[in-house]
Design a protein around this ligand. Structure first.
Ligand code: IPE
Ligand code: IPE
Ligand code: MG
Length: 252
C-alpha cells in the first residue's frame, strides 16, 4: 500500500516580485503590491483546500523601511485597507490571523487594524495565517537574547538552563510549529532575513513566478515538490525492505 502524500503542516512564503510584476507592465511598483493581495487570497484558499494548518507570509521586512517613503506609506495604507476588507471572508473561512514582528514602529492606524483583525478572527480553526510585519530573523534573535538576559538578571533563569527550547520560546514564533516548507517566488534564491532559526530543516522551493502571478496551481506544485523530498534531519535514509542502505553496503 502506498503511503499517504506528505502535506506540510506549516508553509512559509517570501512573497517577492510585486515591483517587477508592475514594472513589466510599465506601471508604478505599487500596482504590483495591490495585485499581490489577490495572490494572498488565492494562497489562503489553496492552503485550506490542501489541509495546511499554518501559513506565514513575509509581508514587510525590517529592511523594507529603507524603500522610498512613498512606497512605504502606500504599503501601510494597503495593509490597513486589506485587513479591513478581508476580515469578513477570512472569518467565514475559519482563518485566524496573527502577526510576528515589531508592531511598535507602525503608524497607530495600522496597529489598530491589526489588533482588530486578530481579535475578530481569534476563534478561526481551519488555518492560522501569520503575517510577518516589520520582521527580520536577526532582530527577532536579538530581542530573544535581550529577553533571556533580563530573565537571568532578574534571577529567574540560570544560564545553564538555556537550551534550544528556551530560545525558541523567546521568539515571536513560540506558539507555532517550525515551517516545513519555505517558498520564495520571483526566482531569487535567498532568505532575506526570514525565519532563519525556524527554517533550519525546512524544505526550500524557489518558483520563477512573480508573486502577483502565484496561483492555486503554483501552490499545488509546491506541495507536490515537497511530497517528493526526503527529509532526513541529519540522520540516514530509512531502510527499504530488500534495499540495503548505502552505509550498510559500505560496511558489509
Ligand atoms: C515583495 O515584492 C513585497 C514586499 C517586499 C513588500 P517586492 O516589492 O520586493 O518586488 P520586487 O522584488 O522589487 O520585484
Ligand atoms: C523580502 O523581499 C521581504 C519581503 C518579501 C517582505 P525583498 O525584496 O525585500 O528582499 P531582497 O531585497 O530582494 O533580498
Ligand atoms: Mg523584492
Amino acid at each position: 500500500m502506498s503511503e499517504p502524500k506528505a502535506i506540510p503542516r506549516h508553509v512559509a512564503i517570501i512573497m517577492d516580485g510585486n515591483g517587477r510584476w508592475a514594472e513589466l507592465r510599465h506601471k508604478e511598483r505599487f500596482y504590483g503590491h495591490i495585485q499581490g493581495v489577490e495572490a494572498v487570497r488565492t494562497t489562503v484558499k489553496a492552503a485550506i483546500r490542501n489541509g495546511v494548518r499554518y501559513v506565514t507570509l513575509y509581508a514587510f521586512s525590517t529592511e523594507n523601511w529603507g524603500r522610498p517613503a512613498e512606497e512605504v506609506n502606500a504599503l501601510m495604507e494597503l495593509f490597513c485597507r486589506s485587513v479591513e476588507n478581508e476580515t469578513p471572508e477570512l472569518k467565514r473561512q475559519g482563518v485566524q490571523v496573527t502577526m510576528i514582528g515589531d508592531r511598535e514602529r507602525f503608524p497607530s492606524e495600522v496597529r489598530e487594524s491589526l489588533q482588530r483583525i486578530e481579535r475578530e478572527t481569534a476563534t478561526g480553526e481551519a488555518l492560522t495565517l501569520i503575517l510577518a510585519l516589520n520582521y527580520s530573523s536577526r532582530s527577532e534573535l536579538t530581542r530573544a537574547a535581550r529577553i533571556l538576559a533580563s530573565r537571568v538578571a532578574a534571577g529567574e533563569l540560570d544560564p545553564q538552563q538555556i537550551d534550544e527550547k528556551t530560545v525558541s520560546e523567546a521568539l515571536y514564533t513560540a506558539p507555532y510549529p517550525d515551517p516545513d516548507l519555505v517558498i520564495r517566488t520571483s526566482g531569487e534564491m535567498r532568505l532575506s532575513n526570514f525565519l532563519l532559526w525556524q527554517s533550519s530543516y525546512a524544505e526550500l522551493y524557489f518558483p520563477e513566478v512573480l508573486w502577483p502571478d502565484f496561483t492555486e496551481e503554483e501552490f499545488d506544485r509546491a506541495l507536490e515538490a515537497y511530497a517528493h523530498r526526503e527529509r532526513r534531519f541529519g540522520q540516514i535514509r530509512k531502510k527499504q525492505p530488500g534495499h540495503p542502505t548505502p552505509q550498510a553496503e559500505k560496511t558489509s
